[in-house]
Design a protein around this ligand. Structure first.
Ligand SMILES: Nc1ncnc2c1ncn2[C@@H]1O[C@H](COP(=O)(O)OP(=O)(O)O)[C@@H](O)[C@H]1O
Ligand SMILES: [Mg+2]
Length: 256
C-alpha cells in the first residue's frame, strides 16, 4: 500500500504501544494533520450497554476528543473480542476467523477520509491470528512502515532484536524504535547502553523515549511534549511544515 500511516507494534503487550499511539496522534493533530487511530484486532473488550468497547481505541479517541461515526468506529476496530487472550484463541472462541482483506478494506476507508492512520497491533510481532498467520502477516497486508515500542530496561535487548529480526525477515520497513518507561525509575547505565546497543546491533534509529508520566499529570499533553523531540518531519508527514521530526526522517530514509 502507501505511507499514509504507520503501524505501531511492540516487543510485548503492556510495553506502551497505546501510549505511543496517543502521543503521536496528539502531536500530529496539534500540527494540523488529520490523524486517526486504528486498532484492527482488540481482545479484552468491555461490554458496555449493547456496545462492545475496544479499550485501546477508546483511550486514543478520548485523548484526541474525536467521535467517529458508527461506520468509522467499525473500520477503526473491525475485530472486537471480549476474552483477554491471544487473537487466535479469541477468534476461535467466537467462531469468527480474522480476515486480513477485511482489515485492509477498513484501513483503506479510513485512509481515504483522513490524512494519516496510526495502526496499533495486538501484543508483539509473532502473536498468532489463527493456526497459520501472525501479526506480521497483518503488517505485510497493510504495507506500512513499522514502529517498534520497547521497554527501556533489562531484557529489552533480546526482545527488541528478535522483533527487528522478525520484521526484517518479513521484508517490512522499520521506522525505528521508541522506548517507553511504563514504570517509575531512574535512567541508569543499563538503559543508556540498551538504547545505544539497540541502535547499533539492530541497525535502526532509536527515535526517542517516553518517560514515566505520573497519573496526576495530563498524559496527552506530556506525551505530546516528549514525542516532539522525536523530530517528525516532511516528506512523510507533508502537512507538518518545517518541524524537526526524526520519526518521519527515518520513514523517509527507510522508504528511499
Ligand atoms: N509513559 C508512561 N508513563 C506512565 N505509565 C505509562 C506510560 N506509558 C504507558 N503507561 C501505562 O503502562 C500500561 C501499558 O501501556 P500501554 O500503552 O497500554 O501498552 P500496550 O498498548 O503496549 O499494551 C498502561 O497501564 C499505561 O497507562
Ligand atoms: Mg495497547
Amino acid at each position: 500500500m502507501n505511507s499514509s500511516g504507520l503501524f505501531i507494534t511492540g516487543t510485548d503487550t503492556g510495553v506502551g504501544k497505546t501510549a505511543v499511539t496517543t502521543a503521536l496522534l496528539a502531536l500530529l493533530r496539534a500540527r494540523g494533520v488529520d490523524a486517526v487511530p486504528m486498532k484492527p484486532i482488540q481482545t479484552g473488550c468491555l461490554k458496555r450497554g449493547g456496545e462492545v468497547v475496544a479499550p485501546d481505541l477508546d483511550h486514543c479517541l478520548r485523548s484526541i476528543r474525536f467521535t467517529p461515526t458508527v461506520a468509522e468506529a467499525e473500520w477503526m476496530c473491525p475485530y472486537r473480542f471480549v476474552p483477554a487472550c491471544s487473537p487466535h484463541l479469541a477468534a476461535r472462541i467466537a467462531r469468527r476467523p480474522i480476515q486480513l482483506r477485511r482489515i485492509r478494506a477498513a484501513f483503506r476507508q479510513l485512509a481515504a477520509r483522513h490524512d494519516f492512520v496510526l495502526v496499533e497491533g495486538a501484543g508483539g510481532v509473532l502473536v498468532p491470528l489463527d493456526e497459520r498467520r501472525t501479526m506480521v502477516d497483518l503488517m505485510r497486508t497493510l504495507g506500512l512502515p513499522v514502529l517498534v515500542v520497547a521497554r527501556p530496561g533489562l531484557g529489552t535487548l533480546n526482545h527488541t532484536l528478535l522483533t527487528l529480526a522478525a520484521l526484517r525477515a518479513a521484508g517490512l520497513t522499520i521506522a525505528g524504535v521508541v522506548v517507553v518507561a511504563t514504570e517509575r525509575g531512574r535512567r541508569g547505565r543499563i538503559e543508556r547502553d540498551n538504547l545505544a546497543s539497540i541502535a547499533r546491533l539492530g541497525r535502526v534509529p532509536v527515535l526517542g523515549r517516553l518517560p514515566f508520566i505520573a497519573a496526576k499529570k495530563d498524559f496527552r499533553a506530556t506525551a505530546e511534549r516528549f514525542s516532539r523531540d522525536w523530530k517528525l518531519q516532511p516528506p512523510v508527514f507533508p502537512t507538518l511544515g518545517r518541524t524537526r521530526v526524526t520519526l518521519a526522517q527515518a520513514l523517509a530514509n527507510a522508504r528511499a
